[in-house]
Design a protein around this ligand. Structure first.
Ligand code: ZN
Length: 104
């Protein structure tokens, strides 16, 4: 579900994962697994949020690509103090560590 080929690398090189909170557009959890995700960023600026850690060989798991990462709420500071909002119908699942168009 890549938004398109990477303008720089052809295949997005997703790097520098950061743990962030994930919620739907109403501020509720997407599901019991995807409460926290890894936010990876490519050199072109495209982001992907995954419930797994595909950079370590883990499943991608639940994920949402750049077009589905709508907004963030970060009023409070500290770990778990904020989250990104994604429409739940733009969340997909991949049961492997490989995702077309992306390199982790
Ligand atoms: Zn890219």
């Amino acid at each position: 579900m890549a938004n398109g080929p990477c303008a720089i690398y052809g295949k997005h090189k997703m790097r520098s994962p950061k743990l962030v909170g994930v919620r739907d557009m109403n501020g509720n959890y997407i599901n019991s697994v995807f409460k926290i995700g890894s936010m990876f960023t490519c050199g072109c600026g495209d982001r992907i949020l995954t419930s797994g850690s595909p950079n370590t060989g883990d499943y991608v798991g639940y994920y949402v690509t750049e077009g589905g990462i709508k907004a963030g709420r970060f009023e409070s500071s500290g770990v778990g103090g904020g989250y990104y909002m994604v429409p739940s119908n733009m969340v997909y699942y991949k049961g492997s560590n490989v995702l077309d168009g992306y390199e982790f």
